[in-house]
Design a protein around this ligand. Sequence first.
Ligand SMILES: [Zn+2]
Length: 286
Amino acid sequence: MKLHIIGAGGPRPGPTRYGCSCILDLGSECIMLDCGPGTTYKMTRMDLSPTQVNTLFISHHHTDHNVDFPCFALLRFDLDNNDLEPLAVYGPAPTQSFVDRLVGPNGAFAPDVVSRQEHPVAQTNYLKRGGSLPRPDTKAQGHDVEPGHTIETDTWRATAVQVPHLEPYLTSLAYRIDTSKGSILYLGDAGICPELMELAKGVDTLVTGILGWNTREGTEPDAHHDVSADIPDVVDVATKAGIPRVVGIHGSPGTEHAARLLREGYCGVGYDGKVVCPNELTSIDL
Ligand SMILES: [Zn+2]
């Protein structure tokens, strides 16, 4: 099992990082976690195709986690030779209307979809690429996920809990994904809460942003505290739940720096497990 790091940054582009997006690669299928800026282009640079992804989990509807979705879904549609499964998009409300209003039959991008479906030149090119008519639509199906909800297939089970971020303006979810090859807890960008601590028990890898690390002194909370996981939050989750590995994304410090900060921890409690904060366009084995 691999984790492809597509976007390891935050909402503002940096020299090497921008936005939040990962792909959990089970070998037989890929599960996308968030779809931040540039995801589709960066996937191509990693030799990954939208056609490999049938499932997307969106943690919350901030643009650094969702803004590339139409680009991703429309390229997937354009590459679909009438042989792809539907694209299931899970996330907190309003994920269903988010999907429908962008790439649904009456969505903002409907003229693009219909022109590629119906124009003779587009059809000719499509047939040359091995497609068969009638050309399907985007096959994107949005699903509003309630906290506590579980989604299960033959190969994985995903469980969602609500986590603190920027309520009441938007809802944020963390996802635990269990597979026969291991499990991850994807926190994205949020604070911690008792429900998350419970869900974290026994998970193999925590994938999380680590914010506030460069401004926080001692145990004084900074502006990020309670809305994004900081060093004490990550130490709490990883040590209390016994998680052997932490993967830092979304503006986390570099690996060595993060490992040192987590080891030092706070109030005499530190994390001694494996820590990695990968660069974008890299993949790690889980
Ligand atoms: Zn956010």
